[in-house]
Design a protein around this ligand. Structure first.
Ligand code: B12
Ligand code: SF4
Length: 490
Protein backbone atom coordinates (compact mmCIF):
# COMPACT_ATOMS: atom_id res chain seq x y z
CA UNK A 1 0.00 0.00 0.00
CA UNK A 2 1.17 3.52 -0.67
CA UNK A 3 3.14 5.00 2.25
CA UNK A 4 0.89 8.12 2.41
CA UNK A 5 -2.21 5.97 2.85
CA UNK A 6 -0.47 3.91 5.52
CA UNK A 7 0.50 7.06 7.41
CA UNK A 8 -3.08 8.30 7.24
CA UNK A 9 -4.26 4.96 8.68
CA UNK A 10 -1.77 5.24 11.55
CA UNK A 11 -2.81 8.81 12.37
CA UNK A 12 -6.28 7.53 13.14
CA UNK A 13 -5.04 4.50 15.01
CA UNK A 14 -5.25 4.69 18.78
CA UNK A 15 -3.59 2.36 21.26
CA UNK A 16 -4.79 2.30 24.86
CA UNK A 17 -2.23 0.86 27.29
CA UNK A 18 -3.84 -0.59 30.41
CA UNK A 19 -1.59 -1.35 33.37
CA UNK A 20 -3.70 -3.96 35.10
CA UNK A 21 -4.21 -4.05 38.82
CA UNK A 22 -6.05 -6.03 41.50
CA UNK A 23 -6.22 -4.73 45.06
CA UNK A 24 -4.00 -6.57 47.49
CA UNK A 25 -5.49 -5.04 50.66
CA UNK A 26 -8.99 -5.42 52.04
CA UNK A 27 -9.82 -1.74 51.59
CA UNK A 28 -7.40 -0.79 48.84
CA UNK A 29 -4.74 1.89 49.31
CA UNK A 30 -5.21 5.03 51.38
CA UNK A 31 -2.86 6.86 49.02
CA UNK A 32 -1.16 5.89 45.76
CA UNK A 33 2.55 6.34 46.22
CA UNK A 34 4.51 5.69 43.04
CA UNK A 35 3.33 4.65 39.54
CA UNK A 36 4.69 1.77 37.50
CA UNK A 37 7.04 2.96 34.75
CA UNK A 38 5.94 0.32 32.22
CA UNK A 39 2.85 2.05 30.79
CA UNK A 40 4.40 5.49 30.39
CA UNK A 41 7.54 3.91 28.95
CA UNK A 42 5.57 1.95 26.33
CA UNK A 43 3.67 5.14 25.53
CA UNK A 44 6.97 6.95 24.99
CA UNK A 45 8.13 4.17 22.65
CA UNK A 46 4.98 4.63 20.56
CA UNK A 47 5.79 6.52 17.33
CA UNK A 48 4.23 9.97 17.10
CA UNK A 49 1.88 9.02 14.25
CA UNK A 50 -0.24 6.90 16.63
CA UNK A 51 -2.52 8.23 19.34
CA UNK A 52 -1.64 6.72 22.71
CA UNK A 53 -3.35 6.68 26.12
CA UNK A 54 -2.32 5.10 29.40
CA UNK A 55 -4.76 3.80 32.02
CA UNK A 56 -3.47 2.72 35.44
CA UNK A 57 -6.17 0.53 36.86
CA UNK A 58 -4.69 1.15 40.29
CA UNK A 59 -6.07 4.69 40.20
CA UNK A 60 -8.66 4.87 37.43
CA UNK A 61 -11.43 2.87 35.86
CA UNK A 62 -11.05 1.07 32.56
CA UNK A 63 -13.51 1.98 29.84
CA UNK A 64 -14.79 -0.99 27.87
CA UNK A 65 -16.59 1.39 25.49
CA UNK A 66 -13.32 3.04 24.47
CA UNK A 67 -12.87 4.06 20.85
CA UNK A 68 -9.26 2.79 20.86
CA UNK A 69 -8.29 0.41 18.07
CA UNK A 70 -5.86 -1.66 20.10
CA UNK A 71 -5.77 -2.46 23.81
CA UNK A 72 -2.35 -3.27 25.25
CA UNK A 73 -2.41 -5.00 28.64
CA UNK A 74 0.58 -5.14 30.99
CA UNK A 75 0.42 -7.24 34.14
CA UNK A 76 2.20 -9.24 36.83
CA UNK A 77 1.25 -12.84 37.55
CA UNK A 78 -0.87 -11.97 40.58
CA UNK A 79 -3.06 -9.72 38.42
CA UNK A 80 -3.52 -12.23 35.57
CA UNK A 81 -7.13 -13.13 36.53
CA UNK A 82 -8.14 -9.49 36.18
CA UNK A 83 -6.13 -9.08 32.96
CA UNK A 84 -7.90 -12.05 31.39
CA UNK A 85 -11.27 -10.76 32.52
CA UNK A 86 -10.52 -7.39 30.91
CA UNK A 87 -9.24 -9.03 27.73
CA UNK A 88 -12.39 -11.14 27.42
CA UNK A 89 -14.61 -8.08 27.94
CA UNK A 90 -12.74 -6.00 25.36
CA UNK A 91 -12.81 -8.79 22.82
CA UNK A 92 -16.54 -9.31 23.35
CA UNK A 93 -16.81 -5.69 22.18
CA UNK A 94 -14.73 -6.38 19.10
CA UNK A 95 -11.45 -4.86 20.31
CA UNK A 96 -8.10 -6.34 19.46
CA UNK A 97 -6.00 -7.03 22.54
CA UNK A 98 -2.25 -7.50 22.96
CA UNK A 99 -0.54 -8.44 26.22
CA UNK A 100 3.00 -8.37 27.57
CA UNK A 101 5.01 -8.28 30.78
CA UNK A 102 6.61 -10.76 33.16
CA UNK A 103 3.61 -13.11 33.35
CA UNK A 104 3.00 -13.27 29.62
CA UNK A 105 6.70 -13.83 28.98
CA UNK A 106 6.51 -17.14 30.86
CA UNK A 107 2.88 -18.06 30.10
CA UNK A 108 2.37 -16.98 26.49
CA UNK A 109 0.15 -19.89 25.43
CA UNK A 110 -2.16 -19.40 28.38
CA UNK A 111 -2.46 -15.68 27.62
CA UNK A 112 -3.25 -16.38 23.97
CA UNK A 113 -6.52 -17.99 25.06
CA UNK A 114 -7.63 -14.47 26.03
CA UNK A 115 -5.77 -12.05 23.76
CA UNK A 116 -5.05 -11.70 20.05
CA UNK A 117 -1.33 -11.25 20.39
CA UNK A 118 1.43 -11.57 22.98
CA UNK A 119 4.83 -9.96 23.36
CA UNK A 120 7.34 -12.27 24.96
CA UNK A 121 10.24 -10.40 26.57
CA UNK A 122 11.07 -6.74 26.17
CA UNK A 123 8.98 -4.49 23.93
CA UNK A 124 11.60 -2.13 22.49
CA UNK A 125 12.62 -4.29 19.53
CA UNK A 126 9.07 -5.21 18.43
CA UNK A 127 6.64 -2.50 19.55
CA UNK A 128 6.79 -0.35 16.40
CA UNK A 129 6.46 -3.40 14.19
CA UNK A 130 3.50 -4.65 16.22
CA UNK A 131 1.71 -1.30 15.94
CA UNK A 132 2.37 -1.17 12.22
CA UNK A 133 0.94 -4.67 11.81
CA UNK A 134 -2.09 -3.86 13.94
CA UNK A 135 -2.83 -0.68 11.98
CA UNK A 136 -2.55 -2.63 8.73
CA UNK A 137 -4.87 -5.36 10.07
CA UNK A 138 -2.23 -8.10 10.08
CA UNK A 139 -1.41 -8.51 13.77
CA UNK A 140 0.61 -11.67 14.42
CA UNK A 141 -0.20 -13.79 17.46
CA UNK A 142 3.31 -13.62 18.90
CA UNK A 143 6.19 -11.15 18.91
CA UNK A 144 9.42 -12.02 20.66
CA UNK A 145 11.43 -9.07 21.92
CA UNK A 146 15.17 -9.30 22.28
CA UNK A 147 17.17 -7.60 25.01
CA UNK A 148 18.87 -4.77 23.12
CA UNK A 149 21.29 -2.06 24.21
CA UNK A 150 19.46 0.64 26.16
CA UNK A 151 20.78 3.68 24.29
CA UNK A 152 18.24 6.00 22.71
CA UNK A 153 15.27 5.23 24.96
CA UNK A 154 12.82 8.13 25.23
CA UNK A 155 11.77 9.93 28.41
CA UNK A 156 8.69 8.22 29.92
CA UNK A 157 5.41 10.03 29.12
CA UNK A 158 4.98 11.54 32.61
CA UNK A 159 2.46 13.88 31.02
CA UNK A 160 0.09 10.93 30.60
CA UNK A 161 0.01 10.12 34.33
CA UNK A 162 -3.18 11.25 35.96
CA UNK A 163 -2.60 13.36 39.07
CA UNK A 164 -3.15 10.73 41.73
CA UNK A 165 0.38 9.42 42.26
CA UNK A 166 2.26 11.02 45.15
CA UNK A 167 5.72 10.63 43.56
CA UNK A 168 5.35 10.47 39.78
CA UNK A 169 8.97 10.71 38.58
CA UNK A 170 10.02 7.10 38.08
CA UNK A 171 13.17 6.48 36.11
CA UNK A 172 15.02 3.41 34.88
CA UNK A 173 18.78 3.65 34.41
CA UNK A 174 19.78 -0.02 34.13
CA UNK A 175 18.31 -3.47 33.54
CA UNK A 176 19.39 -6.79 34.97
CA UNK A 177 21.23 -8.08 38.00
CA UNK A 178 24.20 -10.43 38.36
CA UNK A 179 22.68 -12.35 41.28
CA UNK A 180 20.44 -15.38 40.92
CA UNK A 181 18.02 -15.31 43.84
CA UNK A 182 15.79 -18.37 43.78
CA UNK A 183 12.49 -16.44 43.76
CA UNK A 184 13.37 -13.81 41.17
CA UNK A 185 12.68 -13.74 37.44
CA UNK A 186 15.05 -10.85 36.69
CA UNK A 187 17.98 -13.05 35.56
CA UNK A 188 15.72 -14.80 33.04
CA UNK A 189 13.72 -11.72 31.94
CA UNK A 190 16.73 -9.41 31.60
CA UNK A 191 19.86 -11.56 31.35
CA UNK A 192 23.13 -9.74 31.87
CA UNK A 193 23.34 -6.16 33.01
CA UNK A 194 22.72 -3.17 30.75
CA UNK A 195 23.09 0.52 31.43
CA UNK A 196 21.60 3.54 29.68
CA UNK A 197 23.82 6.44 28.64
CA UNK A 198 24.00 8.64 31.72
CA UNK A 199 23.12 11.76 29.69
CA UNK A 200 19.79 10.19 28.73
CA UNK A 201 19.04 9.24 32.34
CA UNK A 202 19.82 12.80 33.44
CA UNK A 203 17.45 14.08 30.74
CA UNK A 204 14.64 12.01 32.32
CA UNK A 205 15.58 13.22 35.80
CA UNK A 206 15.41 16.81 34.61
CA UNK A 207 11.79 16.42 33.53
CA UNK A 208 10.21 18.82 36.01
CA UNK A 209 6.68 19.55 34.85
CA UNK A 210 5.04 18.31 38.04
CA UNK A 211 2.74 20.48 40.16
CA UNK A 212 4.23 19.91 43.65
CA UNK A 213 7.72 20.66 44.95
CA UNK A 214 8.29 17.14 46.29
CA UNK A 215 7.30 15.70 42.91
CA UNK A 216 9.97 17.82 41.25
CA UNK A 217 12.43 16.92 44.00
CA UNK A 218 12.17 13.13 44.23
CA UNK A 219 13.51 10.63 41.70
CA UNK A 220 12.50 7.01 42.18
CA UNK A 221 14.69 4.56 40.25
CA UNK A 222 12.69 1.45 39.33
CA UNK A 223 15.86 -0.50 38.58
CA UNK A 224 16.47 -4.13 39.46
CA UNK A 225 19.79 -3.35 41.12
CA UNK A 226 21.06 0.14 40.26
CA UNK A 227 24.55 0.01 41.74
CA UNK A 228 25.93 -3.15 40.06
CA UNK A 229 28.33 -1.41 37.68
CA UNK A 230 30.47 0.86 39.86
CA UNK A 231 31.93 2.94 37.01
CA UNK A 232 28.43 3.63 35.69
CA UNK A 233 26.88 4.51 39.03
CA UNK A 234 29.75 6.85 39.89
CA UNK A 235 29.32 8.65 36.57
CA UNK A 236 25.55 8.92 37.03
CA UNK A 237 25.68 10.10 40.62
CA UNK A 238 28.42 12.61 39.89
CA UNK A 239 26.18 14.10 37.19
CA UNK A 240 23.28 14.16 39.64
CA UNK A 241 25.09 16.13 42.37
CA UNK A 242 24.34 19.60 40.90
CA UNK A 243 20.68 18.70 40.29
CA UNK A 244 20.04 18.62 44.06
CA UNK A 245 17.41 15.89 43.87
CA UNK A 246 16.38 13.34 46.46
CA UNK A 247 16.55 9.82 45.08
CA UNK A 248 15.73 6.21 46.02
CA UNK A 249 16.46 2.82 44.49
CA UNK A 250 16.99 -0.90 44.95
CA UNK A 251 20.55 -2.12 45.49
CA UNK A 252 22.32 -5.10 46.98
CA UNK A 253 23.87 -5.13 50.43
CA UNK A 254 27.42 -5.26 49.12
CA UNK A 255 27.42 -1.48 48.49
CA UNK A 256 27.86 -0.88 52.19
CA UNK A 257 31.46 -2.05 51.93
CA UNK A 258 32.17 0.76 49.46
CA UNK A 259 32.62 3.91 51.53
CA UNK A 260 33.44 6.12 48.55
CA UNK A 261 30.26 5.10 46.76
CA UNK A 262 28.20 5.67 49.90
CA UNK A 263 29.66 9.16 50.25
CA UNK A 264 28.83 9.92 46.63
CA UNK A 265 25.32 8.56 47.16
CA UNK A 266 24.89 10.96 50.02
CA UNK A 267 26.25 13.94 48.07
CA UNK A 268 23.99 13.20 45.09
CA UNK A 269 20.90 13.21 47.31
CA UNK A 270 20.22 9.56 48.12
CA UNK A 271 17.46 9.33 50.72
CA UNK A 272 16.50 5.67 50.57
CA UNK A 273 17.86 2.30 49.54
CA UNK A 274 15.81 -0.88 49.29
CA UNK A 275 17.73 -4.05 50.14
CA UNK A 276 16.46 -7.58 49.70
CA UNK A 277 17.46 -8.88 53.14
CA UNK A 278 14.85 -11.65 52.82
CA UNK A 279 15.60 -13.66 55.96
CA UNK A 280 17.48 -14.04 59.24
CA UNK A 281 17.95 -17.79 58.86
CA UNK A 282 21.11 -19.25 57.32
CA UNK A 283 19.21 -22.19 55.82
CA UNK A 284 16.55 -19.89 54.39
CA UNK A 285 19.21 -17.66 52.83
CA UNK A 286 20.71 -20.77 51.24
CA UNK A 287 17.26 -21.69 49.92
CA UNK A 288 16.96 -18.13 48.57
CA UNK A 289 20.33 -18.48 46.79
CA UNK A 290 21.55 -15.40 48.66
CA UNK A 291 25.04 -16.31 49.81
CA UNK A 292 25.92 -12.61 49.58
CA UNK A 293 23.62 -11.90 52.57
CA UNK A 294 25.32 -12.65 55.91
CA UNK A 295 23.07 -12.26 58.93
CA UNK A 296 25.99 -11.38 61.20
CA UNK A 297 26.81 -8.35 59.04
CA UNK A 298 23.29 -6.90 58.58
CA UNK A 299 23.53 -4.48 61.48
CA UNK A 300 26.93 -3.09 60.54
CA UNK A 301 25.94 -2.74 56.88
CA UNK A 302 22.76 -0.88 57.72
CA UNK A 303 24.70 1.36 60.10
CA UNK A 304 26.93 2.47 57.24
CA UNK A 305 23.90 3.82 55.39
CA UNK A 306 22.56 5.45 58.54
CA UNK A 307 25.91 7.18 59.04
CA UNK A 308 25.12 8.96 55.74
CA UNK A 309 21.53 9.67 56.83
CA UNK A 310 20.05 7.24 54.27
CA UNK A 311 16.77 5.44 55.02
CA UNK A 312 17.04 1.64 54.82
CA UNK A 313 14.01 -0.08 53.35
CA UNK A 314 14.23 -3.85 53.35
CA UNK A 315 12.30 -6.73 51.87
CA UNK A 316 11.63 -9.91 53.85
CA UNK A 317 10.14 -13.09 52.48
CA UNK A 318 8.34 -15.73 54.54
CA UNK A 319 8.20 -19.37 53.47
CA UNK A 320 11.74 -20.51 52.67
CA UNK A 321 12.69 -24.07 53.53
CA UNK A 322 14.46 -23.03 56.71
CA UNK A 323 11.45 -21.04 57.98
CA UNK A 324 9.09 -22.09 60.74
CA UNK A 325 6.00 -20.33 62.13
CA UNK A 326 8.13 -19.11 64.99
CA UNK A 327 11.00 -17.83 62.84
CA UNK A 328 8.61 -15.89 60.61
CA UNK A 329 6.96 -14.18 63.57
CA UNK A 330 10.31 -13.42 65.17
CA UNK A 331 11.22 -11.26 62.17
CA UNK A 332 9.17 -8.31 63.49
CA UNK A 333 11.58 -7.89 66.39
CA UNK A 334 14.70 -8.90 64.45
CA UNK A 335 14.17 -6.42 61.66
CA UNK A 336 13.69 -3.67 64.20
CA UNK A 337 16.82 -4.64 66.14
CA UNK A 338 18.84 -4.82 62.94
CA UNK A 339 18.04 -1.19 62.22
CA UNK A 340 15.65 -1.44 59.26
CA UNK A 341 13.62 1.78 58.86
CA UNK A 342 10.84 0.48 56.60
CA UNK A 343 10.09 -3.23 56.15
CA UNK A 344 8.32 -4.83 53.16
CA UNK A 345 6.90 -8.22 54.02
CA UNK A 346 6.09 -10.83 51.36
CA UNK A 347 5.21 -14.48 51.12
CA UNK A 348 7.48 -16.66 48.97
CA UNK A 349 5.85 -17.05 45.55
CA UNK A 350 6.98 -19.56 42.92
CA UNK A 351 6.81 -17.53 39.70
CA UNK A 352 7.51 -19.41 36.51
CA UNK A 353 10.97 -18.65 35.19
CA UNK A 354 12.53 -18.87 38.66
CA UNK A 355 14.66 -21.58 40.33
CA UNK A 356 12.12 -21.65 43.19
CA UNK A 357 9.37 -22.60 40.76
CA UNK A 358 11.46 -25.35 39.20
CA UNK A 359 12.45 -26.80 42.57
CA UNK A 360 8.96 -26.71 44.09
CA UNK A 361 7.47 -28.17 40.95
CA UNK A 362 9.98 -31.01 40.91
CA UNK A 363 9.22 -31.71 44.53
CA UNK A 364 5.49 -31.68 43.83
CA UNK A 365 4.94 -28.81 46.26
CA UNK A 366 3.07 -26.35 44.07
CA UNK A 367 -0.52 -26.39 45.25
CA UNK A 368 -2.94 -27.24 42.47
CA UNK A 369 -6.17 -25.35 42.16
CA UNK A 370 -4.75 -22.06 43.40
CA UNK A 371 -5.37 -19.43 40.76
CA UNK A 372 -2.91 -16.72 39.80
CA UNK A 373 -4.46 -14.39 42.39
CA UNK A 374 -2.57 -16.45 44.98
CA UNK A 375 0.63 -15.22 43.29
CA UNK A 376 0.22 -11.60 44.41
CA UNK A 377 3.00 -11.81 47.01
CA UNK A 378 0.62 -12.00 49.98
CA UNK A 379 -0.86 -15.48 49.60
CA UNK A 380 0.50 -19.02 49.63
CA UNK A 381 0.67 -21.06 46.43
CA UNK A 382 2.98 -23.89 47.52
CA UNK A 383 3.48 -26.33 50.38
CA UNK A 384 6.14 -25.00 52.77
CA UNK A 385 8.62 -27.45 54.23
CA UNK A 386 8.11 -26.91 57.96
CA UNK A 387 4.48 -25.83 58.21
CA UNK A 388 1.18 -26.04 56.41
CA UNK A 389 0.15 -23.37 53.87
CA UNK A 390 -2.38 -22.02 56.40
CA UNK A 391 0.29 -21.81 59.09
CA UNK A 392 2.57 -19.88 56.76
CA UNK A 393 -0.23 -17.48 55.88
CA UNK A 394 -1.10 -17.09 59.57
CA UNK A 395 2.53 -16.51 60.53
CA UNK A 396 2.94 -13.92 57.75
CA UNK A 397 -0.15 -12.04 58.89
CA UNK A 398 0.99 -12.16 62.52
CA UNK A 399 4.36 -10.77 61.41
CA UNK A 400 2.64 -8.08 59.31
CA UNK A 401 0.44 -7.01 62.25
CA UNK A 402 3.31 -6.83 64.68
CA UNK A 403 5.81 -5.16 62.35
CA UNK A 404 3.29 -2.43 61.46
CA UNK A 405 1.84 -2.11 64.97
CA UNK A 406 1.78 1.37 66.44
CA UNK A 407 4.60 0.31 68.76
CA UNK A 408 7.08 -0.83 66.11
CA UNK A 409 6.10 1.84 63.57
CA UNK A 410 6.54 4.61 66.15
CA UNK A 411 9.82 3.11 67.40
CA UNK A 412 11.21 3.08 63.86
CA UNK A 413 10.16 6.66 63.17
CA UNK A 414 11.39 8.04 66.49
CA UNK A 415 14.71 6.24 66.10
CA UNK A 416 15.15 7.65 62.60
CA UNK A 417 14.63 11.24 63.80
CA UNK A 418 18.18 11.73 64.91
CA UNK A 419 19.92 9.66 62.32
CA UNK A 420 18.28 10.22 58.93
CA UNK A 421 18.70 13.28 56.73
CA UNK A 422 15.58 15.38 56.26
CA UNK A 423 14.27 13.81 53.02
CA UNK A 424 15.06 10.32 54.28
CA UNK A 425 13.23 11.01 57.52
CA UNK A 426 10.17 12.24 55.58
CA UNK A 427 10.23 9.05 53.53
CA UNK A 428 10.57 6.91 56.66
CA UNK A 429 7.67 8.78 58.27
CA UNK A 430 5.47 8.56 55.17
CA UNK A 431 6.04 4.86 54.56
CA UNK A 432 5.73 3.74 58.17
CA UNK A 433 2.64 5.95 58.43
CA UNK A 434 1.23 4.36 55.28
CA UNK A 435 1.53 0.81 56.63
CA UNK A 436 0.70 1.65 60.25
CA UNK A 437 -2.51 3.34 59.14
CA UNK A 438 -3.45 0.18 57.27
CA UNK A 439 -2.71 -1.84 60.39
CA UNK A 440 -4.79 0.45 62.62
CA UNK A 441 -7.71 0.39 60.17
CA UNK A 442 -7.55 -3.38 59.83
CA UNK A 443 -6.71 -2.90 56.15
CA UNK A 444 -4.74 -6.13 55.89
CA UNK A 445 -3.49 -8.00 52.83
CA UNK A 446 -6.35 -9.96 51.28
CA UNK A 447 -6.30 -13.70 51.97
CA UNK A 448 -7.92 -15.58 49.12
CA UNK A 449 -10.08 -18.55 49.97
CA UNK A 450 -8.16 -21.72 49.35
CA UNK A 451 -9.87 -24.75 47.83
CA UNK A 452 -11.32 -27.05 50.48
CA UNK A 453 -9.00 -29.53 52.22
CA UNK A 454 -5.96 -27.95 50.61
CA UNK A 455 -3.62 -29.13 53.35
CA UNK A 456 -4.28 -32.68 52.31
CA UNK A 457 -4.27 -32.06 48.62
CA UNK A 458 -2.53 -34.79 46.69
CA UNK A 459 0.91 -33.91 45.51
CA UNK A 460 0.53 -32.68 41.93
CA UNK A 461 2.20 -34.50 39.09
CA UNK A 462 5.35 -32.84 37.81
CA UNK A 463 4.42 -30.39 35.08
CA UNK A 464 0.98 -29.65 36.49
CA UNK A 465 0.24 -26.06 35.67
CA UNK A 466 -0.66 -23.90 38.58
CA UNK A 467 -2.81 -20.93 38.04
CA UNK A 468 -5.82 -22.34 36.29
CA UNK A 469 -8.30 -19.69 37.18
CA UNK A 470 -10.22 -20.86 40.16
CA UNK A 471 -12.52 -17.89 40.33
CA UNK A 472 -12.19 -18.20 44.08
CA UNK A 473 -11.97 -14.89 45.80
CA UNK A 474 -12.17 -14.02 49.44
CA UNK A 475 -15.55 -12.90 50.61
CA UNK A 476 -13.80 -10.56 53.03
CA UNK A 477 -13.48 -7.62 50.71
CA UNK A 478 -15.73 -6.33 48.06
CA UNK A 479 -12.63 -5.15 46.19
CA UNK A 480 -11.62 -8.74 45.71
CA UNK A 481 -14.77 -9.62 43.80
CA UNK A 482 -14.14 -9.35 40.08
CA UNK A 483 -17.65 -8.08 39.41
CA UNK A 484 -17.01 -5.12 41.70
CA UNK A 485 -14.60 -3.60 39.22
CA UNK A 486 -13.63 -1.19 37.89
CA UNK A 487 -13.63 1.54 40.52
CA UNK A 488 -11.45 -0.05 43.18
CA UNK A 489 -7.82 0.73 43.66
CA UNK A 490 -5.03 -0.27 46.00
C1 B12 B 1 10.04 -1.71 39.83
C2 B12 B 1 9.45 -3.03 40.29
C3 B12 B 1 8.47 -2.98 41.27
C4 B12 B 1 7.95 -1.66 41.84
C5 B12 B 1 6.89 -1.07 40.89
C6 B12 B 1 5.77 -2.04 40.61
C7 B12 B 1 4.98 -1.77 39.37
N1 B12 B 1 3.71 -1.94 39.49
O1 B12 B 1 5.53 -1.45 38.33
C8 B12 B 1 7.43 -2.13 43.23
C9 B12 B 1 8.57 -2.04 44.22
C10 B12 B 1 6.23 -1.37 43.79
C11 B12 B 1 7.14 -3.58 42.94
C12 B12 B 1 6.27 -4.32 43.67
C13 B12 B 1 5.98 -5.63 43.39
N2 B12 B 1 6.64 -6.43 42.52
CO1 B12 B 1 7.99 -5.80 41.31
N3 B12 B 1 9.39 -5.38 40.13
C14 B12 B 1 9.89 -4.26 39.76
C15 B12 B 1 11.06 -4.51 38.79
C16 B12 B 1 12.35 -4.47 39.61
C17 B12 B 1 11.19 -3.60 37.59
C18 B12 B 1 9.91 -3.48 36.77
C19 B12 B 1 10.03 -2.34 35.81
O2 B12 B 1 9.43 -1.31 35.99
N4 B12 B 1 10.86 -2.49 34.77
C20 B12 B 1 11.02 -1.47 33.75
C21 B12 B 1 9.91 -1.60 32.70
C22 B12 B 1 10.12 -0.65 31.56
O3 B12 B 1 10.01 -2.90 32.21
P1 B12 B 1 8.85 -3.99 32.33
O4 B12 B 1 7.80 -3.60 33.26
O5 B12 B 1 9.47 -5.32 32.50
O6 B12 B 1 8.24 -3.93 30.86
C23 B12 B 1 8.99 -4.36 29.75
C24 B12 B 1 8.61 -5.76 29.30
O7 B12 B 1 8.19 -6.59 30.36
C25 B12 B 1 7.56 -5.54 28.28
N5 B12 B 1 6.18 -5.32 28.70
C26 B12 B 1 5.64 -5.19 29.91
N6 B12 B 1 4.32 -5.03 29.82
C27 B12 B 1 4.00 -5.02 28.52
C28 B12 B 1 2.79 -4.89 27.88
C29 B12 B 1 2.76 -4.92 26.48
C30 B12 B 1 1.45 -4.78 25.79
C31 B12 B 1 3.94 -5.09 25.76
C32 B12 B 1 3.92 -5.09 24.29
C33 B12 B 1 5.16 -5.26 26.41
C34 B12 B 1 5.19 -5.22 27.79
O8 B12 B 1 8.01 -4.35 27.66
C35 B12 B 1 8.57 -3.47 28.62
C36 B12 B 1 9.74 -2.74 27.98
O9 B12 B 1 10.71 -3.66 27.55
C37 B12 B 1 10.70 -5.95 38.29
C38 B12 B 1 11.87 -6.76 37.81
C39 B12 B 1 11.91 -6.78 36.28
N7 B12 B 1 13.05 -6.62 35.73
O10 B12 B 1 10.88 -6.94 35.64
C40 B12 B 1 9.97 -6.54 39.50
C41 B12 B 1 8.86 -7.54 39.25
C42 B12 B 1 8.03 -7.06 38.08
N8 B12 B 1 8.07 -7.46 40.47
C43 B12 B 1 7.57 -8.58 40.81
C44 B12 B 1 6.74 -8.77 41.94
C45 B12 B 1 6.39 -10.19 42.27
C46 B12 B 1 6.26 -7.71 42.71
C47 B12 B 1 5.34 -7.81 43.93
C48 B12 B 1 4.16 -8.76 43.79
C49 B12 B 1 6.25 -8.17 45.11
C50 B12 B 1 5.56 -8.43 46.42
N9 B12 B 1 5.85 -9.57 46.97
O11 B12 B 1 4.81 -7.65 46.90
C51 B12 B 1 4.88 -6.35 44.09
C52 B12 B 1 3.54 -6.03 43.40
C53 B12 B 1 3.14 -4.62 43.74
C54 B12 B 1 2.14 -3.99 42.86
N10 B12 B 1 1.23 -3.32 43.50
O12 B12 B 1 2.18 -4.02 41.65
C55 B12 B 1 7.99 -9.68 39.88
C56 B12 B 1 6.86 -10.11 38.96
C57 B12 B 1 6.90 -11.60 38.66
C58 B12 B 1 5.71 -12.02 37.91
N11 B12 B 1 5.82 -13.11 37.19
O13 B12 B 1 4.68 -11.42 37.98
C59 B12 B 1 9.23 -9.05 39.17
C60 B12 B 1 9.47 -9.51 37.74
C61 B12 B 1 10.47 -9.35 40.06
C62 B12 B 1 10.59 -10.81 40.41
N12 B12 B 1 10.48 -11.14 41.68
O14 B12 B 1 10.76 -11.64 39.59
N13 B12 B 1 7.87 -4.03 41.88
S1 SF4 C 1 19.40 -9.25 43.94
FE1 SF4 C 1 17.26 -8.58 43.55
S2 SF4 C 1 17.08 -8.29 41.32
FE2 SF4 C 1 18.98 -9.45 41.72
S3 SF4 C 1 18.36 -11.60 41.42
FE3 SF4 C 1 18.20 -11.12 43.63
S4 SF4 C 1 16.06 -10.43 43.94
FE4 SF4 C 1 16.47 -10.41 41.71
Amino acid sequence: MHEAILNEQRRHFCVEIVVVYMPRYLHGHETDFVPPITGIHLAALTPAEYEVRVIHQQVEAVNFETDADLIALSFFTGFAPEAYRLADEYRTRGKRVVAGGPHVTFNAEEALAHVDSVVVGEAESVWTELLRDAAAGRLRSRYTGTAEPLAGLPTPRYDLLRGRFFIPRVVQATRGCPFTCSFCTVPSISPGFRTRPTGEVIRDIEFDRFPHWWQRKVVWFWDDNLTVNRAFIRELLTAMVPLRKWWLTQASLDISGDGLLLDLMKRSGCIGIFFGIESFGAESLRDAHKPQNKVSTYQARIRELHERGICVMAGFIAGFDGDTKESVRAMARQLYETGVDVPFLSVLTPYRGTPAYRKLEEEGRILPGRGWEFYNGYNVAFRPRNMSPEELLGAHRALWREAFSLKYSALRVVRSLGRLRFGAFLMCLAMNGFYCLKRLRGNEPIAFDAPAAHSNEPVPAAGTAPGELTGIYSGQAEESVPGAWPRTRE
